[in-house]
Design a protein around this ligand. Structure first.
Ligand code: ATP
Ligand code: MG
Ligand code: MG
Ligand code: MG
Length: 439
């Protein structure tokens, strides 16, 4: 992509409305534009990152054996009356009437609708286990939308729902989600700690939230410092192997880690003092096991192997897809801008042309751009007629992992300069070597 033909409305000044660094950088880097409180347009750079995050979420859900679907954002109020949540949900629910005066709502979550889909099409235990998920916009009329995409009113969520015959099967689904989430966050360069939490209005027994540690986080968290050393890495986990999946969950949930809702000073006191941590965190996901709460209320039953009608065992599992952009930036930035982890970067590399309009430099940049493309690397090429300083500032702000700087002086010696955004270290090398280094 040539910057001269792109749409990257970078801001020079810090926007006044942004109180935290991720919101500030997302606005300054031209990633989002607020349309009304808690409601955003996604500009091209922001959309690229959002798409990368969705892709990782999809890949890890499919790897875990979960099946993608897509449900509408607008739902009928009648469905929510069946579960009793239409009245219970309160003012966070955006209620709408259509032209026939029928009551609708913009879905804040989808337990009712997915249960309705399930009961329409599944009737036997032989069709289980089944986990369906979607990535879809949600609306919650938050009392205080703030921090940009971190607490929006309209926001993108991955929500998945498991349907199982027995509680054991449903707990395996719960564990599968935990492992797939750990892998998902790690691929985004994040450490997200599963913490025992409270189930709130979804209801249910077992629940963990996944928290990214950050001073700007809205949750108070209490944990054993050693949980932050745990890594899933690229170990292969067979999602069909219950014991193996459970072993990973045990590894990640044995050390003390709780949000303020479930925090217990008595148990926390047993953590060795030097490991006892009190901090703040950003909730980037949550998993629930709630059994037959919705299936009983809505008549979602299957015929069991014994020939009886039994309500299906369920859980629901969410990832804050749009909130993750904010969380990643909170976790990875410096005073010049964002530092994208390789897994989610909008472009893998940027090219800075130091002398736009100089035939030799322009030709070298074009060749480099094409050379990167043949390796599957789409560069963002700053081909604007701008000062070097302005080009560098833009690259630092938008945070691509690599910058290749091309100027007449280096070209005279047959070299370009390759700079790592994270370490700040620059090296000179031939264009071919630069492409090989980044690929
Ligand atoms: P919070 O405690 O932050 O209000 P929640 O517990 O109400 O979140 P869940 O119902 O667990 O949210 O939804 C799943 C995920 O969706 C959350 O873990 C979070 O990452 C994301 N999410 C929830 N509300 C918002 C919001 N207003 N804006 C952006 N993401 C959100
Ligand atoms: Mg909430
Ligand atoms: Mg919460
Ligand atoms: Mg939650």
């Amino acid at each position: 992509m040539r910057l001269s033909r792109y749409f990257l409305p970078v801001l020079k000044e810090d926007p006044k409305e942004a109180q935290i660094v991720s919101h500030r950088y997302m606005l300054r880097a031209g990633m989002i534009k607020q349309q009304s409180a808690g409601i955003y347009s996604w500009l091209p750079l922001g959309l690229r990152v959002l798409s990368r995050i969705q892709q990782i979420v999809n890949e890890e859900q499919i790897r875990a054996g979960h099946v993608p679907v897509l449900m509408p954002t607008l739902q009928s109020a009648d469905l929510w009356r069946e579960s009793g949540r239409y009245d219970a949900y309160g003012p966070e629910m955006l209620r709408i009437k259509d032209r026939h005066d029928r009551e609708m709502l913009y879905g804040p979550t989808n337990e009712e609708m997915i249960t309705d889909m399930f009961r329409a099409h599944v009737s036997s235990y032989k069709q289980l286990p089944l986990t369906l998920y979607q990535i879809q916009w949600k609306f919650r009329d938050e009392m205080r939308p703030r921090f940009g995409v971190m607490r929006g009113r309209e926001f993108l969520m991955k929500d998945g729902y498991n349907f199982d015959l027995t509680k054991d099967d449903a707990l395996h689904a719960y564990n599968r989600h935990m492992v797939s989430y750990l892998r998902t966050y790690e691929r985004m360069g994040l450490t997200a700690i599963p913490m025992r939490a409270d189930s709130g209005p979804i209801g249910g027994e077992d629940t963990h939230e996944f928290l990214v540690l950050a001073q700007t986080g809205e949750s108070e968290v209490f944990y054993d410092a050693r949980v932050t050393d745990l890594k899933l890495g690229d170990r292969a986990v067979d999602y069909e192997d219950r014991a193996a999946v459970k072993a990973v969950c045990d590894e990640f949930t044995t050390l003390y880690a709780r949000t303020d809702e479930t925090h217990d000073e008595g148990i926390f006191a047993d953590v060795p003092e030097e490991h006892r941590m009190v901090a703040r965190g950003i909730e980037v996901g949550q998993i629930f096991y709630f059994g037959t709460k919705y299936s009983e209320a809505m008549g979602a039953t299957v015929v069991s192997p014994e020939g009886k009608q039994v309500p299906v065992e369920m859980g629901s599992h969410g990832i804050g897809v749009s909130r993750l952009l904010g969380a990643i930036i909170e976790a990875s930035h410096d005073d010049k801008g964002i530092i994208w982890p390789e897994g989610v970067t909008p472009f893998p590399v940027g090219i800075v042309n130091l002398k736009q309009g100089d035939a030799g430099t322009d030709a070298a940049c074009d060749a480099l751009y094409k050379g990167l493309a043949t390796k599957g690397l789409e560069a963002l090429y700053d081909d604007r007629d701008e000062r070097a300083g302005a080009k560098f500032a833009t690259m630092d702000l938008i945070g691509l992992p690599w910058r290749i700087t091309v100027g007449p002086r280096g070209l005279a010696n047959g070299v370009v300069e390759v700079t790592s955004r994270r370490s700040g270290v620059s090296e000179e090398m031939s264009a071919e070597a630069a492409i090989a280094k980044i690929a």
